[in-house]
Design a protein around this ligand. Structure first.
Ligand SMILES: *Cc1c(COP(=O)(O)O)cnc(C)c1O
Length: 233
């Protein structure tokens, strides 16, 4: 199957899931995860009108998207993979959103690097909601602390937009559902308390579980394999 056919199929599935959940399809954005796939695969997706992409690794993303932007300046890139401090400098230059903010130290570095280039950047807070995932804020308290520091004005180049999670890799759909509902639950509480921010984004759902994520309130699904095929590591 081609990227074009895969994209069409995924969009049909998203619309169906929205219908089942009584949600408007326009409430769920599709982030195409292009890690390990080359520029030509990304360009196939762009040709179908896909402009929002996600990448895990900064070096790979930089190489690919600097080239892609020469002919498609309007593509938008989010960094979704766990981020080392020394990669933040390049990350903030190439993306509009870092979805994998999982510690306060990272907020400090993002602030520092964004201040240097006078750029504001959107962030999502990654939350650990499932047994097997390794990254993300581990509990509500640490997440709350990060938002509190943001609201105190410590990171004026950082724009908190919401939350991201990865469900555990399991066939147990109830565990997956629980992971997503935990994120939603945290988000609802924090939205109320930190109403000075617009914490509306709930980035959850991947190729194997996005229908469940949409039922649980996802506003952005991150899909790689179902669009681009299996990754060759
Ligand atoms: C790779 C990756 C995805 C996409 O996964 P697929 O199963 O290929 O759809 C989504 N989110 C994150 C954080 C990823 O690392």
């Amino acid at each position: 199957m081609s990227v074009k056919e895969n994209l069409e199929k995924v969009k049909v599935q998203i619309n169906k899931a929205c219908e089942n959940a009584n949600r408007a399809p326009s409430d769920v954005k599709l982030l195409a995860v292009s890690k390990f796939h080359d520029v030509s695969a990304v360009e196939e997706a762009i040709a179908e009108g896909q402009l929002l992409f996600g990448e895990n690794r900064v070096q790979e993303a930089k190489a690919k998207f600097e080239q892609i932007r020469l002919s498609h300046p309007n593509v938008e890139l989010h960094i979704i993979g766990s981020l080392q401090r020394n990669k933040v400098k390049d990350a903030v230059k190439i993306c509009t959103c870092i979805q994998s903010v999982d510690r306060i130290e990272l907020l400090e570095e993002i602030e520092k690097q964004c201040a240097k280039i006078d750029k504001k950047i959107d962030v999502l807070f990654e939350v650990h909601t499932g047994e097997e995932s390794k990254s993300g804020f581990l509990d509500f308290e640490s997440l709350h602390e990060a938002l509190k520091q943001c609201s105190e004005g410590k990171f004026c180049h950082v724009v908190p937009k919401g939350f991201m999670t990865m469900a555990p890799f399991t066939k147990d759909t109830e565990l997956i559902r629980k992971s997503f509902s935990t994120l939603k639950n945290y988000a609802e509480k924090l939205k109320k308390e930190f109403s000075n921010f617009e914490l509306n984004e709930l980035s959850m759902g991947m190729s194997g579980d996005y229908e469940i994520a949409i039922e649980e309130g996802s506003t952005m699904v991150r899909i790689g394999t179902s669009i681009f095929g299996e990754r060759q590591y």
